[in-house]
Write a protein that binds this ligand. Sequence first.
Ligand SMILES: NC(=O)c1ccc[n+]([C@@H]2O[C@H](COP(=O)([O-])OP(=O)(O)OC[C@H]3O[C@@H](n4cnc5c(N)ncnc54)[C@H](OP(=O)(O)O)[C@@H]3O)[C@@H](O)[C@H]2O)c1
Length: 339
Amino acid sequence: MENRQILFAKTPVGAVKPSDFEFRDAALPAPGGGDVLIRNIYLSCDPYMRSRMDPSSGYGTYFDLGKVLPARVVGQVHESRNPDFKTGDFVWGFLGWELYTLVSGGKGLRIIDPNLGPISHAITVLGMPGRTAEVGIYDLSNPQPGETVYVSAACGAVGQVVGQLAKMKGCRAVGSAGSEAKVAHLIDNLGYDAAFNYKTVPSIAAALDENCPDGIDIYFDNVGGETLAAVLERINDGARIPVCGQISQYDLESRQNPVDQSALLENANATLEKFSIYKHMDAFDAFPPRMSAWMKDGKIVYYEDIVEGLDNAPDAFIKMMAGENLGKRLVRVGDDPTL
Ligand SMILES: NC(=O)c1ccc[n+]([C@@H]2O[C@H](COP(=O)([O-])OP(=O)(O)OC[C@H]3O[C@@H](n4cnc5c(N)ncnc54)[C@H](OP(=O)(O)O)[C@@H]3O)[C@@H](O)[C@H]2O)c1
């Protein structure tokens, strides 16, 4: 049996390209004492990975050229020499884009409780993207009934949860996304009250005037750029802006700060807070059971967009960055025996 791996080969210039990755076949590693060999099943494609491919992004920690691309992965223990993990256990961890990963000492591996939901959920709605949504909208923004919450990239891994959490607090949820199919999905399946296609509206400013006639109380920013600039002109007194991400800027050589935010924020007595989920991991363990209960009660639904096959991972990532995904993008690289 052989391993197959995807290496981070080149620092991208502009949008990530297939030539920024390389494939390698390798012998299956043999676990030593304490080690665990994982057969990978689901690999995550996340926008932050673009920033970690480029030391000029200011992200802080970066991927090593020539090494297997690191990512969150759900897998199954294939061979264990560690008493905490037995063959067949489902686990998730920060592993890599490859068919098998050897985890030295089992470090960072977490056992998945399949009673909470499908195993893939451990790295989607019950994991990092779901908790990111909760931190931004609940922990940082304190949404109140009747408030208008606007979410950009509203169909995605994080955005689809934000709108539903806002609705659970009695808010009016407005979303934007980049296709007509996504706009319909926001209204028909995710419970958003209003939605628009930011690519086809005459201007984002006009679309916000039409869809948020009472102004914006909370803006969950996933995209930055001109969307953030238009929002700042329309915030209500006491508005909160959790800045989750700024994907419109990730492929640019120099990221832009389109407006002088301080005057606009001060005038409206508003707060803008850039946050990272990594600063909120202390409270993480209580999150999967909480989100799982909301899902079992029918309060939250979640969509994953799964591409088949390791060899398609670079393309799946590139197209996620360009907006092809309808839901959280994963790549299935091995059989999921729970299906
Ligand atoms: N703060 C944190 O700790 C944290 C954690 C997770 C994610 N994030 C951030 O949250 C944001 C969403 O991440 P996600 O994982 O949920 O990804 P996602 O929304 O599932 O996928 C990315 C989406 O971004 C949209 N997009 C791409 N280019 C765009 C542009 N120029 N303008 C507007 N939208 C654009 C595309 O959808 P459209 O079809 O709508 O264009 C694409 O589907 C990203 O900025 C990410 O970096 C931050």
